[in-house]
Design a protein around this ligand. Structure first.
Ligand code: RTP
Ligand code: MG
Length: 142
């Protein structure tokens, strides 16, 4: 299986709860390496552009409001099967449906404030990584 990269966001609720280290530890324990990471407070334009695929959905305004409500950590995770592996670590979108031991089950309160984002496919991972990082900001493990 090939090495992949995926874009992860530690969302405002998890940052506010001081969970950056705990979440990063879950990624590293699962064999994903953090190869780029920075803290940002997203503007309305940045959040709308990032979630543009959802702009016609009824929850879009609430999603943008939440994602701009406080600082986030944006990061690139690298490893075998990184896109699917991260989605497994995250758990289901709705924390009430997420399996025990997943980030959303253990750390999130609601479908709106659900702790983390992860790219859902190779094409979205490429777009989302490029949305936040220049290639020289990514430091692959040799
Ligand atoms: P994400 O993009 O944040 O990683 O989440 P996801 O793939 O699991 O879910 P997605 O369908 O892409 O939705 C993006 C975010 O929108 C909010 N949402 N609310 N009220 C609702 O029915 C609803 N559905 C989605 C969630 O916060 C979700 O993370
Ligand atoms: Mg999504």
């Amino acid at each position: 299986m090939a090495t992949e990269r995926t874009l992860s966001i530690i969302k405002p609720d998890a940052v506010a709860k001081n969970l950056i280290g705990a979440i990063n530890s879950r990624f590293e324990t699962a064999g994903l390496s953090i190869v780029a990471q920075k803290m940002l407070h997203l503007s309305q334009e940045q959040a709308e552009g990032f979630y543009a695929e959802h702009k016609e959905r009824p929850f879009f305004a609430a999603l943008v409001e939440f994602m701009t409500s406080g600082p986030v950590v944006v990061q690139v995770l690298e490893g075998e099967n990184a896109i699917a592996k991260n989605r497994e670590i995250m758990g289901a979108t709705n924390p009430a449906e997420a399996a025990a031991g997943t980030l959303r089950h253990d750390f999130a309160n609601s479908i709106d404030a659900n702790a983390v984002h992860g790219s859902d496919a190779p094409a979205s991972a490429e777009r989302e990584i490029g949305y936040f990082f220049k290639s020289e900001e990514i430091c692959p493990r040799g």
